[in-house]
Design a protein around this ligand. Structure first.
Ligand SMILES: *Cc1c(COP(=O)(O)O)cnc(C)c1O
Length: 431
């Protein structure tokens, strides 16, 4: 077979730049235009009806679809190796939209207890008011994960690389456990990005992201996305009437039957996004798309800088410990070698000698690092979780989430590594 007979499988870097996009057919514009329009004209009444009935694909109204946002959805689905994606206004919106099609009031979620602090709050307080019950478990304790799953459990939810503790979850084992029980594994892949780790390669069924972080990568736009692998068998599971039974708001349509391996994506868009409403603005989609084009080279530098800073801190007299899976001392070094061969991200924590007060002092002394509540920016960022992001958790929850009083979190940016080290050294003093 000659080379031209086999469709070429493009590399990740090529797809990060091109997937989902083409020159604009009307103007020749080479970057994806910002289609700042809420409505889209129908060809005629038949066309309008077929769009509304989901018999045809096209643009109706900006809460459900938008051409700029669609390019972003296709690009992220491609990079994750998924079948379809729905973008939305933020990472938190993505979590809600991802779970909404799976859950009824009274249903349960089994979640890793090592989640982003805001996610623990969302799951514990807000989801409970929807009647969704959440059981938090240590994902390393497989017996506990299994024991937490009941007849009403509708998914297992983990972060592939957990913020803020630098914790790596064994995604393949979690997928096996979820599938033994006929439920999907949902993975928040925000800290990893598909450049460092792709959960679908290890059996995950649904991936969510805060695009706000490394994906957009410049700290300028909120966004979120839900991606479907297309491999979960809703009929075999039998636990999801919302996917397999007729939907009253769509004339009795069965999503898993009509749309097959992208039925969940359609359900997320047509039910959850349409009715809950957290649409992504086309302007933000444009910024995030632009960011994704440089994702591979940015992540390489993020990881190299994080490794250099972590190694330096580990031998610093004012530092008690460093929790970065790129260090041989990390209990996650082995899982990192399997799941993160290009490096375990650029967000990690360390402990300052002197506890809470020393942590507060450090964040006040840094000059290049910015003291703020975000991660995944080009700029290096620092925060003391106990006094900020994790402040609303109980002391017990703080420690369980890796955010005790001495903990400082870094999101290492793209500056010169020696400048970052110099800044931390001057802020830490002589220890
Ligand atoms: C930031 C973050 C979220 C929430 O995303 P927003 O875009 O801020 O809503 C969820 N999960 C992780 C791991 C995050 O870092």
């Amino acid at each position: 077979m000659s080379d031209s007979d086999t469709p070429r499988e493009f590399g990740f870097e090529t797809r990060a730049v091109h997937a989902g996009a083409a020159p604009d057919p009307h103007t020749g514009a080479r970057t994806t235009p910002i289609f700042q329009s809420v409505g889209f004209v129908f060809d005629d009444v038949d066309h309008a009806q077929s769009l509304f009935n989901l018999q045809d694909f096209g643009f109706i109204y900006g809460r459900i679809t938008n051409p700029t946002v669609s390019v972003l959805e296709e690009r992220v689905a491609n990079l994750e190796g998924g079948r379809g994606a729905v973008a939305c206004a933020s990472g938190h919106a993505a979590q809600q939209l991802a779970l909404y099609p799976l859950m009824e009031s009274g249903d349960e979620i089994v979640a890793s207890r090592y989640l982003y602090g805001g996610s623990i709050t969302q799951f514990t307080h807000t989801f409970r008011r929807f009647g969704w019950q959440v059981t938090f478990v240590d994902p390393a304790d497989e017996a506990a994960v299994r024991a937490a799953i009941t007849d009403r459990t509708k998914c297992l939810f983990v972060e592939s690389l957990a913020n803020p503790g630098g914790i790596i979850v064994d995604v393949e084992r979690m997928a096996d456990i979820a599938h033994e029980h006929g439920i999907p594994l949902v993975v928040d892949n925000t800290l990893a990005t598909p450049w460092l780790h792709r959960p679908f390669d290890y059996g995950a069924d649904i991936v969510v992201h805060s695009l706000t972080k490394f994906m957009g990568g410049h700290g300028n736009s909120l966004g979120g996305v839900i991606v479907e692998s297309g491999k979960f068998d809703w009929f075999a599971s039998g636990r999801f009437p919302s996917m397999t039974e007729p939907t009253p708001s769509y004339h009795g349509l069965r999503f898993a039957e009509t749309f097959g391996d992208f039925g969940y994506t359609m359900k997320v868009r047509a039910d959850a996004l349409r009715d809950l409403g957290p649409a992504l603005s086309p302007q933000n989609a444009f910024y995030i798309l632009t960011g994704i084009e440089t994702l591979p080279i940015r992540m390489e530098r993020h990881v190299a800088n994080a490794q250099a800073v972590a190694e330096h801190l580990e031998q610093h007299p004012a530092v008690a410990w460093v929790s970065y899976a790129g260090l041989p001392s990390s209990p996650y070094a082995e899982l990192a070698a399997k799941y993160f061969p290009k490096g375990p991200g650029a967000v990690f924590t360390f402990g300052v000698r002197g506890g809470y007060d020393a942590g507060v002092q450090l964040v006040e002394n840094v000059q290049i690092f910015s003291h703020l509540a975000n991660i995944g920016d080009t700029r290096s960022l620092i925060i003391h979780p106990a006094s900020t992001t994790h402040n609303q958790l109980t002391d017990e929850q703080k420690i369980a989430a890796g955010a005790g009083p001495d903990v400082v979190r870094l999101s290492v940016g793209l500056e010169t590594a020696s400048d970052l080290i110099h800044d931390l050294d001057q802020a830490l003093g002589n220890g």
